[in-house]
Design a protein around this ligand. Structure first.
Ligand SMILES: Nc1ncnc2c1ncn2[C@@H]1O[C@H](COP(=O)(O)OP(=O)(O)OP(=O)(O)O)[C@@H](O)[C@H]1O
Ligand SMILES: [Mg+2]
Length: 597
């Protein structure tokens, strides 16, 4: 969907209306159905009025056949219109949803900071769903209304020009003026509706996410009060929407009454002075009645238009966000064999004017293991974001000899893998979660990855084994198991260069050590860049790079950095002493009775 914040509905229509031919057919079919309904009343009126004069029955045959035809065609064409129109609209909706999702995917993970999770959910679900009404409740009804009004006015003008003129004027009122009034009175409420609904969704999503904290701190009543106040706002906006709709409906009925009265007032003298046959009086009076029934749907179309406008604006906001990284028009393909990473004079920033990384030089040879260490905020994860193609950079970053800004992001990520501290676990089975790494992976390679990630004994204890569901966000697995599932996913993906960004961060010491050992063994063939601020365990890495405030502060092997002193040596010594201490603790006689001297 192309971004256009000034004409959001037009962009939405462009995205929704690729099935132009089907929508056109639906419009014509709908117009024939509505036209049949109007004509049915007209022909019936003529038939009844003529029959009252008791003419020979043959005179009535054609009209009787027409009545039956119209009654049938009204239903038949309406059915076809619904079938074709809904098919086209739902296909348009799918295309729109896919294009919005693709945009979100291009923006993720670094370009979506402006939106919350619930807000994004509302945009992808509710706002996209609202677009369905654009063809079905706005465009098609209007097209039909205009076509039927035109045909009816033309017929009435042929019958009696003055009636045609009056009905033409009142039709314009019903097609344009009344919907405009509905739009005007509902515009403010409808503009607020989509954001209000999104806020409600976001609040509910937040409340669900934080259920344990809410229960633990007893804040459920205040959260419920917030949800209820947001819900009240949506209800109030609904009330204002109903007011506008009621106003439009009321005026529409008055217009309909005026149309019938005016037709009678003009047609009666015409009958009296012989300009038209008396039987046409009923036709002149009843055709407007049926016509304005058709036009009576337009106030709700106007309301739907305003609602769609709110949603279209929110979708355009997503489409309008600048991409954090744009793929080149003619990307260079990365070679199959990994030949290392070369970073030269690289700088990167999250926000303008603030460098998160500055003047970074780093060579990663194939098969080597490099640790990037440093205090919190040093820029370690930023380095991972650049290497994954999530963040633009200055200087040079080449993977297997290809500058990554010249490569396609997806191609790059087929060579470079990432395991983060909080890998996302989907609400499905363990097997499916692992298979995300490679949708075509065979059962054998999944089993191999499970074994390498040391999950086999845990899975063997589960009643449903690898087909056990893990719950929403992996709630029914422990932190260690979650990371091992994510590791198995990474192993299945077989990336030649693997970035591990604090994969043991949220785990206790023993679990973290066990996972580190597993990772070292499982990834022994890969080239590994381990990001960590936990220094125990990096001693035998080929190179340790210490970052500080976005710059390389020191680099070397463990022994070199220890000899050099500074942050690394101090931090490593503190951690080593703490570990010795925790090993000693169980042996200390704490809590045990000390025999009296
Ligand atoms: N998404 C972001 N938007 C804006 N600024 C960011 C973003 N991510 C990181 N930064 C900033 O970039 C700098 C480096 O952050 P980074 O996450 O790379 O640090 P880190 O070394 O990984 O820290 P930690 O050990 O806590 O994970 C910090 O000043 C941080 O505030
Ligand atoms: Mg980090």
């Amino acid at each position: 969907m192309a971004a256009d914040l000034t004409h959001p509905v037009r962009s939405l229509w462009d995205a929704m209306s690729r099935q132009r031919r089907e929508l056109g057919v639906a419009g014509v079919m709908g117009a024939i159905a509505s036209g049949s309904a109007v004509a049915l009343l007209g022909v019936s009126a003529w038939l009844i009025a003529t029959a009252a004069q008791m003419p020979p029955v043959l005179t009535l045959t054609v009209a009787a056949v027409l009545v039956r035809t119209m009654a049938l065609s009204r239903a038949l064409f309406r059915y076809v219109e619904r079938l074709v129109g809904h098919d086209a609209a739902f296909r348009g909706l799918t295309q729109l949803r896919v294009s919005v999702y693709q945009r979100l995917e291009q923006l993720a993970p670094t370009g979506l900071r402006a939106f919350g999770r619930g807000d994004l959910l509302a945009r992808l679900v509710a706002d996209v769903d609202a677009a369905l009404d654009l063809p079905l409740r706005v465009v098609l009804p209007w097209v039909q209304a205009v076509l039927v009004a035109g045909a009816t006015v033309a017929f009435l003008a042929w019958l009696l020009p003055s009636v045609g003129l009056v009905i033409a004027v009142l039709s314009i009122v019903a097609v344009a003026l009344v919907p405009w009034l509905v739009s005007l009175t509902s515009r403010v409420a409808e503009a607020r509706m989509a954001p209000a609904r999104a806020e409600l969704t976001a609040m509910v999503v937040r409340a669900f996410d934080a259920t344990p904290e809410i229960a633990a701190f007893g804040t459920a009543p205040s959260v419920a009060a917030q949800v209820s106040s947001l819900d009240d706002r949506v209800t109030r906006l609904n009330g204002r929407e109903s007011f506008s709709l009621g106003l439009g409906g009321g005026i529409g009925t008055v217009v309909q009454g005026c149309a019938v009265t005016a037709a009678l007032v003009l047609a009666v003298p015409a009958v009296l002075d012989g300009r038209i046959e008396p039987v046409w009086l009923a036709v002149a009076a009843l055709l407007p009645l049926a016509l304005f029934d058709v036009l009576g749907t337009l106030p709700s179309s106007a309301l739907a238009y305003q609602r769609i406008r709110g949603s279209a604006l929110r979708l355009a906001e997503v489409a309008d966000l600048p991409l954090p990284v744009t793929d080149p028009r003619h990307p260079l393909a990365l070679p199959h064999a990994f030949t290392g990473v070369e970073i030269r004079g690289m700088r990167a920033r999250w926000v303008p004017d603030t460098l998160a990384l500055d003047d970074i030089d780093l060579s990663v040879a194939p098969g080597s293991r490099i640790a990037v260490v440093g205090p919190s905020g040093a820029g370690k994860s930023t380095l991972a974001a650049v290497l994954m193609g999530f963040l633009p950079y200055e200087g040079s970053v080449a993977v297997s000899g290809v500058e990554i800004r010249e490569a396609d992001g997806d191609d790059l990520r087929r060579h470079v893998g990432l395991l983060t501290q909080q890998a996302h676990i989907f609400d499905t089975t363990i097997a499916d979660n692992i298979r995300i790494g490679d949708p075509d992976a065979s059962d054998e390679s999944i089993e191999l990855a499970v074994a390498d990630a040391q999950l086999s004994s845990w899975i063997a204890r589960l009643p449903r084994g690898i087909d056990a569901p893990v719950g929403g966000f992996g709630l029914s697995v422990s932190g260690g198991e979650r990371q091992r599932i994510a590791l198995a996913r990474l192993l299945v993906a077989r990336r030649s260069f693997v970035i591990l960004d604090e994969p043991t961060e949220h785990l206790d010491g023993a679990t973290a050590d066990a996972l580190s050992r597993t990772m070292n063994a499982a990834l022994s063939d890969a080239t590994v860049l381990l990001i960590t601020h936990r220094l125990l365990g990096v001693e035998d890495f080929d190179l340790i790079v210490q970052l500080g405030k976005g710059r390389v502060v020191a680099r070397g092997t463990h022994d070199e950095l220890m000899r050099r002193g500074g942050w690394y040596a101090e931090q490593w010594t503190v951690e080593a002493e703490r570990q010795d201490m925790s090993r000693l603790l169980p042996e200390l006689p704490i809590g045990r009775a000390v025999p009296a001297p």
